[in-house]
Design a protein around this ligand. Structure first.
Ligand SMILES: Cc1cc2nc3c(=O)[nH]c(=O)nc-3n(C[C@H](O)[C@H](O)[C@H](O)COP(=O)(O)OP(=O)(O)OC[C@H]3O[C@@H](n4cnc5c(N)ncnc54)[C@H](O)[C@@H]3O)c2cc1C
Ligand code: FES
Length: 253
């Protein structure tokens, strides 16, 4: 599969550093799947699907490749390869989505797809401060948390999650995406309460199709076996602890 030039039809500025790009592409991708986005002269980087029909990607300008992506304008083309990987299992009658920072993009898409299936949805949207909060999911009751209390409740998404459980709320499954330590804490809470948890894991990717081995976690490959993993990820020694960098050196998370 080669990168396909795909026209940008609209650009939405979600935060100072995050933009959602809408494309002239009507293909369907399951929430949690990703596209490799090639930036000529730089790198090809995975980006989670944040909507389909039309396809959208929500990009946080954090380093050379993603900052360059966020300079693209409506009418220009990005080079996309996908959809790739295994996304969320869209099942359950009552679901909770938890997103940290730009990780809320694919979670928001999953919640909207679950609403179409008639499921009851709720969300916890967290960020370090109000400037990093993405747009909530339409029609979904959302608890906002910020580390500094500049919007919503001061604290972590896990505080809000424990608060929901303490007030007797029940969910069939939890979709989550964000910093890996946040997801690990959520998985541990879900394991204790015997609730299904579906996480989108991130690793440095090169091929995106299970060939190079760069995105290994435990005995799996994030691009081929994930990026959606369940509570079984808690058994991977490197989950929330270490990852391979671009030169395949193991570094702390
Ligand atoms: C399956 C998958 C899906 C992804 N989906 C998205 C998405 O929807 N939107 C999106 O914006 N990005 C997403 N990413 C991350 C993205 O692929 C890049 O890793 C990211 O854009 C940084 O690339 P860069 O080359 O711009 O910066 P780099 O040079 O890789 O990083 C620049 C600096 O930012 C730090 N950094 C890199 N990644 C992160 C991070 N995730 N959080 C905090 N600091 C970081 C690095 O340590 C470095 O200091 C996804 C990654 C994976 C594996
Ligand atoms: S990125 Fe190459 S195996 Fe996953």
């Amino acid at each position: 599969m080669l990168p396909t030039p795909t026209k940008i039809t609209r650009v939405e500025q979600e935060t100072k550093t995050v933009k959602t790009y809408y494309f002239d592409d009507q293909s369907y991708a399951i929430p949690g799947q990703f596209y490799m986005v090639w930036v000529p002269g730089l790198e090809e980087k995975p980006m989670s699907v944040s909507g389909t029909r039309p396809l959208s990607l929500t990009i946080c300008g954090i380093g050379p490749a993603s900052i360059r992506m966020n300079e693209y304008k409506e009418g220009e083309c990005m080079f996309l390869r996908g959809p790739l990987g295994k996304g969320f299992r869209l099942e359950g009658k009552s679901v909770l989505g938890i997103g940290g920072g730009y990780g809320f993009g694919p979670v928001r898409y999953a919640l909207l797809e679950m609403q179409k299936k008639g499921a009851k949805t709720k969300a916890i949207l967290g960020a370090k401060n109000k400037d990093w909060l993405l747009r909530p999911a339409a029609g979904c009751e959302t608890i906002i948390t910020t580390n500094d209390g500049s919007s919503g409740k001061k604290g972590l998404v896990t505080d809000a999650l424990l608060g929901l459980f303490d007030s007797g709320e029940k969910f069939d499954t939890i979709f989550t995406c964000g910093p890996e330590r946040m997801m690990k804490a959520i998985a541990e809470i879900c394991k204790d309460r015997k609730i299904g948890c579906q996480m989108l894991l991130e690793r440095y990717m090169k091929c995106g199709i299970g060939v190079c081995g760069q995105c290994v976690i435990g005995d799996r490959l994030v691009c081929r076996d994930g990026p959606m993993f369940g509570i079984e990820a808690l058994s991977f020694a490197d989950f929330g602890a270490t990852k391979l960098d671009r030169t395949s050196e193991r570094i702390p998370i």
